[in-house]
Design a protein around this ligand. Structure first.
Ligand SMILES: N[C@@H](CCC(=O)N[C@@H](CS)C(=O)NCC(=O)O)C(=O)O
Length: 355
């Protein structure tokens, strides 16, 4: 007896449900999903539980995986220090290997929170890619490598040379400027990635390979006969390598800069990784008093724990320790620090005071 009204009720309910579903689907198609709020990277990484750090696909000393898949290098250590300060845990980092051309789009598309990938800080790149560089981790230069037996090993001039250069790097622009200033006729051969650049060069497709001097030094670690090559004396351009973040989140940029300042400040003060791990937040240890009393109010302003700076140093070491482990005497590269020392030791690393 009640069947017919009941069936009509079900029919109208299901029609209403279909209409609601169609409206939702329509709205989803019409309105693209909102991007994560760009202005709150710290909140995003805390919610996600880890930091996403864009690195290279493998440059010894900067960012490279060992045989067990563990990442190491100065860029990697920097991201670990940021994760320690922001999340209280240096292992909460996902490393995202990126090619030279993919690195800035990855940052812009929020696929990474920080780019720490042997990347040169240039004035052009900040407005063009809408990034902020956060502090020079390594003062580098652009140089040339050539075959020891080739025509440009000892020649005074590079006129007529064919030069392999990495697509998407700033190196081609540097060479073009150099050639104009020196009145040289050079032919550039653009290569898609580091592997291709090295293969072309080793196969003799170009006379010279240009790259950051640190990357040329790391190449010599991997070729079967390093003595077959010679690094020429020219340093044709400054290559200050720095991490970068998107420029739409000044709080996040300030946090990353603060970590950078803490690593160098700790070097100047002589606060080591071992000491930072044990100084604690109370007691009369002079370093505790100096460090925590000076950095605590900054922690509040950056939404970080009072011991954020000690955590960063405990995770990665102070700048000098990081340099030594990844690029200097304690590393396979054994690079001389040159200007990569704090100002107190005659270097170029100079950071603002904490207070
Ligand atoms: N510092 C330069 C060069 C950076 C760069 O991407 N260099 C290449 C080598 S020439 C590289 O690191 N490749 C590693 C990779 O593709 O993973 C820049 O910022 O443009």
């Amino acid at each position: 007896m009640h069947r017919e009204p009941l069936a009509a009720l079900f029919l109208s309910i299901s029609r209403a449900a279909i209409a609601v579903i169609c409206t939702i689907v329509f709205l989803l198609i019409l309105v693209p999903p909102a991007k994560a709020d760009p202005g709150d990277t710290l909140h995003t990484i805390r919610t996600r539980g880890y930091l996403r750090c864009g690195v290279s696909q493998g440059i010894t000393g900067f960012s490279i995986r060992d045989s067990s898949g563990h990442w190491g290098g100065i860029d990697v250590d920097f991201c670990r220090a940021v994760a320690a300060a922001a999340l209280g845990n240096p292992s909460k980092v996902q490393f995202v290997p990126l090619s030279t051309t993919a690195r800035f789009p990855a940052l812009e598309l929020q696929e990474i929170d920080i780019l720490a990938r042997n990347t040169t800080w240039t004035v052009f790149r900040e407005p063009t890619f809408q990034v902020q560089f956060t502090g020079i981790l390594y003062y580098d230069s652009e140089g040339f490598i050539t075959a020891k037996g080739g025509p440009f090993a000892h020649s005074a001039t590079l006129d007529g040379a064919k030069i392999c250069v990495q697509d998407g790097s700033n190196e081609a622009a540097n060479i073009t400027e150099y050639a104009r200033a020196q009145n040289l006729h050079l032919t550039l051969l653009n290569t898609a990635n580091l592997k291709a650049a090295r293969q072309q060069f080793e196969a003799g497709a170009c006379d010279i390979l240009t790259d950051d001097s640190s990357t040329l030094a790391e190449m010599l670690l991997h070729v079967p006969n390093p003595n077959d090559f010679i690094i020429r004396p020219e340093h044709i351009a400054r290559q200050p390598l720095s991490p970068a973040v998107r420029w739409d989140d000044p709080d996040w940029a300030a946090l990353v800069r603060a970590v950078y300042a803490a690593l160098i400040d700790a070097d100047v003060r002589g606060l080591t990784q071992a000491e930072a791990a044990t100084i604690g937040t109370t007691g009369n240890n002079p370093m505790t008093i100096a460090y925590l009393s000076e950095t605590a109010p900054i922690g509040r302003a950056l939404s970080l724990a009072p011991n954020w700076a000690a955590q960063a140093v405990a995770a990665a070491g102070n700048y000098g320790e990081i340099f030594n482990r990844d690029l200097g005497a304690g590393s396979p590269l054994k690079l001389d620090p040159g200007p990569n020392k704090p100002w107190t030791e005659g270097g170029l690393l100079y950071v603002p005071p904490f207070q």
